[in-house]
Design a protein around this ligand. Structure first.
Ligand SMILES: C[S@@+](CC[C@H](N)C(=O)[O-])C[C@H]1O[C@@H](n2cnc3c(N)ncnc32)[C@H](O)[C@@H]1O
Length: 249
C-alpha cells in the first residue's frame, strides 16, 4: 500500500515489540476509552479528524503532549489537575499500551492517547475554532548521529506549526538533556516572531555557539514537570537539562 501523504523524513522510525501481558490486558479492557479511535495510514499519518469532544466527554482546558512515551508526565499532571483535559501523542504502540495501563493504575480520567504522527495531525485537529491552551515537547528523541539530525522534531518549521495552533497567550514547554538540541530548540523558536521568550538571554551556557547571535533563553525547571526515565538517564550520564518556556504572543 502506498503512503500518499507520508512525510519523507519523520521524527521516529516504526518499531514493534511484544507488549507485556498486563499492558495488553489494560489495552484490551480500556483501550476503547483511553485511546482515541484515530484513522491513520501505515505511516501513522492521520486520515480523518478525530472527535475530541466525544473522546473527552466534556469541554475543558486542553494540554497537548507530543511524544508522551509511557505517559509518566502527562498522567502525573492529569492527576494533579483533574480540571484539565490532556491529549497525548505517541507513535510507539508499546508506549501507548503502557500509557493506558498507567492511566488505569493512577485512576485518571482526563488523559486520552492518540497513536498518530503529531506533525501532520496537529494542523488537522487544531485550527481557528479549536486550540490547545498548552503544548509540551519533553525529551524528544535526540537523533545524535550527524546523519540522523534531520529527524529531529523541533525545527523552525515545527516551531511555526506550534505557533499556528496555539492561541494568543498559549504556552509551549520543552525540555532536553542534549546541549546542542537545546540550542537548536532555542534557535528554532527565536526564528518564529509569534513567540515571546520571557527567559530570553537567560541561563546562557559557556560553550553555546549562538549561531543566530543569541545565547541563553532557557527557563528554570518547570515545577509541573516530573523526572521521567529519559531525564534520569541524561542526569546519570552527566548531561545538563535545559527547559524552555515560550508564550504565543
Ligand atoms: C525520548 S521519548 C520521551 C518520552 C517522554 N516525553 C518522556 O520524557 O518520558 C520521545 C518519544 O516521542 C515519540 N515521538 C517521536 N516523534 C513523534 C511524532 N512525530 N509524533 C508522536 N510521537 C512521536 C517517540 O516514539 C518516543 O516515545
Amino acid at each position: 500500500m502506498t503512503e500518499p501523504h507520508h512525510r519523507r523524513i519523520t521524527s521516529f522510525t516504526r518499531r514493534s515489540g511484544r507488549l507485556p501481558e498486563r499492558n495488553q490486558r489494560a489495552l484490551d479492557k480500556y483501550g476503547e476509552r483511553y485511546v482515541i479511535d484515530a484513522q491513520v495510514d501505515p505511516g501513522l499519518f492521520l486520515t480523518e479528524v478525530p472527535d475530541l469532544e466525544k473522546a473527552f466527554e466534556r469541554d475543558a482546558p486542553l494540554i497537548v503532549e507530543i511524544g508522551a512515551g509511557a505517559a509518566d508526565q502527562v498522567v502525573a499532571h492529569a492527576k494533579a489537575h483533574p480540571e484539565i483535559n490532556h491529549l497525548a501523542f505517541e507513535v510507539w504502540w508499546p508506549g501507548v499500551a503502557a500509557s493506558v495501563a498507567r492511566i488505569v493504575r493512577e485512576e485518571v480520567d482526563n488523559v486520552r492517547m492518540i497513536c498518530a504522527d503529531a506533525v501532520p495531525a496537529l494542523p488537522m485537529i487544531f485550527g481557528p475554532n479549536r486550540k490547545p491552551d498548552e503544548v509540551w515537547t519533553f525529551f524528544p528523541d535526540p537523533w545524535q548521529k550527524a546523519r540522523h539530525r534531520k529527524r529531529r522534531l523541533v525545527t523552525p518549521e515545527f516551531a511555526t506549526l506550534i505557533a499556528s495552533i496555539l492561541p494568543e497567550g498559549g504556552t509551549w514547554r520543552l525540555a532536553t538533556d542534549w546541549d546542542d538540541y537545546a540550542w537548536q530548540m532555542r534557535d528554532a523558536i527565536a526564528a518564529v516572531p509569534e513567540f515571546h521568550n520571557p527567559h530570553a538571554a537567560m541561563r546562557a551556557d559557556e560553550d553555546d555557539p549562538g549561531e543566530l547571535g543569541i545565547t541563553g533563553g532557557f527557563a528554570p525547571r518547570w515545577e509541573g514537570r516530573i523526572q521521567t526515565r529519559f531525564e534520569t538517564r541524561g542526569l546519570n550520564e552527566e548531561r545538563k537539562i535545559h527547559d524552555l518556556e515560550v508564550i504565543r504572543a
